[in-house]
Write a protein that binds this ligand. Structure first.
Ligand code: AMP
Ligand code: MG
Length: 520
């Protein structure tokens, strides 16, 4: 196994001089050296061939002992120095102070095809940032992260990627529902991959401590390696950096809204400086369309991270990043302008996104009403978001009176479709039909457009759970099936039609399907 190792983060930025693996506060350093825990009996369960190739390896390498050893944490590659990153963050709206990679260990960076990739093991043991945790991850949450991050990529959403899924051979104690019923679960390790794993929280850590030297160094490093087009370090390029991060964050969240993805824990330590979806924990997919839905039981009371609030939280998180970068600029106006722009852009971009979901090309300001009326209809009875939009693409101009028939498979409980409900839908279909008449696309062309933004297949909460249940019995076939299915989420794939189905009733209130906690 030959990798083109090209470390920058741990070769150019200050390290914690203390190399012991003890939990502590770390000052004036961006990371601490730490070795992964050696797993007792590692087993490679799955890998992403695309990512294997992206980092410069080929399929044969995955059969090697080397591959297993490096990506399970058994062996450290020669001349590399694994480390855990230091960061802070705001969690659920409150300042949480130092957090850091408590269960993630960065192995190294590679360069391949002019791309830089950082490789990180999640669940490879404790680090100086583990606080009260054990640094480990369980199989269920590792399967969820592994499958979802690759699925998100293929849905066209900016995201960290996954290289491999390994079972460690060790048992991990978890209180899944925080109700005092802890149990041993299978331990696992995901190797995840991104150009960098720097988060908003890395900047917040130094700003909070008024360590402006390191704040500047981190920002300059970020500019140099990940935003070189913004120019050399200066007040101007720092502002541009913030502008670009705001832009990317909004783009990412608009994608989430388009496909019905709810992150679940949008704390600032889970916000990537590259605008990537990061840290797949208690995330979920909207089944019934509902702005108020969150899969995260830890957030059940306030629902801070509910579907409809994600764009606002993006803004709130960007404000924290602005506060962190402010000492480098010492002017608040540019930050305020960018944050205001986020709000205007949000309006126009979500309208544009909704237009695309409805197959509308012409821009009309009045479309807002069509969208809000549709949202009202979707809330009349429990309506599966993914199925609704996919079926809507089959609508034919002039069919307003029977439009509802086309989408009725999206309704969870057809008996809820009373005459009054059906009438409200009919009214909406009439205005949709009128609006479509102003478009020039044929029904067929519109369908193709719509099917390229409305996925047929997403990683429904129960699907991941089925793969987990099978894996717990030692059968990993379903992981492979879902992995392959989700490589082409916009394609019809008739052989996988069974996955184009509403959540089954058994999954409605099942732990792991609709209820997830941060305990992973
Ligand atoms: P999360 O909300 O999962 O992104 O985690 C928030 C913080 O808790 C991060 O600093 C994580 O590294 C840390 N953390 C989460 N789970 C564990 C664990 N099992 N052991 C150590 N640290 C953890
Ligand atoms: Mg996190």
């Amino acid at each position: 196994m030959k990798l083109n190792i090209s470390d920058t983060f741990n070769s150019q930025l200050p390290s914690d001089p203390n190399t012991e693996n003890t939990r502590r506060k770390v000052f004036e350093a961006m990371y601490s050296y730490v070795k992964p825990k050696v797993p007792s009996n590692p087993q490679l369960i799955h890998y992403s061939l695309e990512m294997v190739k992206a980092i410069g390896l080929d399929g044969n390498d995955t059969d090697s002992q080397d591959f297993l050893k490096v990506f399970s944490g058994s062996n450290v590659c020669p001349e590399t120095k694994p480390y855990a990153m230091a960061y802070a963050g705001h969690q659920f709206g409150s300042w949480a102070g130092q957090l850091g990679d408590g269960r993630a260990i960065n192995l190294f960076e590679v360069e391949h095809n002019q791309k830089r990739w950082a490789l990180q093991l999640k669940g490879a043991g404790e680090t100086p940032y583990s606080r009260q945790g054990d640094g480990l991850a369980v199989l269920r949450s590792s399967i969820r992260e592994y499958l979802c991050s690759e699925a998100m990529f293929h849905l066209g959403v900016p995201t960290t990627r996954a290289l491999s899924l390994v079972i460690s051979g060790d048992e991990v104690l978890r209180d899944m529902l925080y109700d005092g019923n802890a149990a041993y679960e299978t331990g696992a390790i995901v190797c995840r991959v991104a150009p960098t794993f720097i988060r908003f929280g890395n900047f917040e850590l130094f700003a909070a401590r008024q360590d402006y030297k390191n704040l500047k160094e981190l920002t300059d490093y970020t500019l140099k390696y990940f935003y070189p087009e913004l120019g050399k370090p200066s007040k101007d390029s720092y502002i541009k950096l913030f502008q670009e991060v705001a832009h990317r964050t909004l783009e990412m969240i608009i994608h989430w809204q388009r496909i019905g993805f709810v992150h679940g824990v949008m704390n600032t330590d889970n916000m990537s400086i590259l605008g990537l979806t990061i840290d797949y924990g208690p995330y979920g997919w909207l089944e019934g369309f509902d702005f108020g839905w969150t899969p995260n039981t830890t957030d059940r009371q306030n629902k801070r991270y509910r579907y409809g609030n994600q764009p606002n939280i993006g803004l709130w998180n960007l404000l924290q990043l602005a506060n962190a970068l402010y000492p480098l600029v010492e002017e608040s106006d540019p930050f305020e302008t960018i944050l205001k722009q986020y709000q205007t852009d949000f309006e126009s971009k979500s309208l544009k996104m909704m237009r695309s979901k409805l197959g509308l090309i012409i821009e009309d300001k009045k479309d807002v009403h069509l969208m809000t009326d549709l949202e009202d209809c979707l809330l009349l009875s429990e309506t599966d978001m993914t199925i609704f939009f996919r079926l809507l693409s089959g609508y034919k101009k002039g069919d307003a009176e029977t439009g509802l028939k086309k989408v009725e498979k999206a309704f969870y409980n057809p008996t809820e479709i009373s005459d009054a409900v059906a009438e409200q839908w009919k009214v909406w279909f009439r205005s949709y039909d009128q609006r479509l008449r102003r478009e020039t696309l044929t029904d067929q062309e519109r369908q193709a457009h719509m099917n390229s933004v409305n996925p047929k297949y997403v990683l429904r909460n129960y699907m991941a759970q089925l793969a987990i249940d099978e894996a717990d019995k030692g059968n990993y076939d379903l992981i492979d099936e879902l992995f392959n299915l989700l490589k082409k989420p916009y394609d019809e794939q008739p052989e996988y039609q069974k996955w184009f189905a509403k959540r089954p009733e058994w999954a409605r209130h099942k732990v792991g399907c609709s209820m997830l906690s941060c305990s992973s």
